[in-house]
Design a protein around this ligand. Sequence first.
Ligand code: HEC
Length: 161
Amino acid sequence: MHRIIVLATVVIVSFGSCSKEQETRKVEREKMGEHGMAVDWKFSLPQGDPNAGRKQFIEVECYKCHEVKGEKFPALAEGEKGVGPELSQMAGMHPPEFFAESIINPNAVIDPDAKKLGHVGEDGKSKMPDYNTVLTVQQVADLASYIASLKGLKPNEHTRH
Ligand code: HEC
């Protein structure tokens, strides 16, 4: 009986992993904290698709506040441009989870120079809206992976998406 349950579990786990590229993290006994949570546990996003993320970036109009050097986004009319940091050098700076946090909780990390840069309002809050009722988790993961892929293209280099 015991053996059957174990086998069934193995089958379910291996079927489950077919559609996902991400590996399940194995927790070593010694590293196990309270309630089976590894002491070095960290939040991980589902796998994102940078091409889908780039499309989202245009669709939900992130480009209205964020320039990405080397990218061609729709032209902005006078007065349409908002304030936000340029994002073309983001690859390697932070993991995708950090970018996801910027999107779902823009106030989590605020640059000490934010006021000087005009990134926050009088209340000290980010001028960036959150997208929690607009984007699905997958779309957030796609956007995060797009941003994490930005390696600082030169202005005359075109992206081949
Ligand atoms: C109204 C303007 C505005 C819009 C629209 C906007 N942002 Fe922002 N964004 C900002 C500002 C201002 C900051 C800097 C303050 C902060 O961290 O929230 C920022 C910060 C960020 C950062 C962190 C950059 C860093 O240096 O760590 C990321 C990533 C980001 N935005 C992505 C996005 C994405 C993706 C979208 C679209 C879903 C978006 N933003 C839409 C204004 C905007």
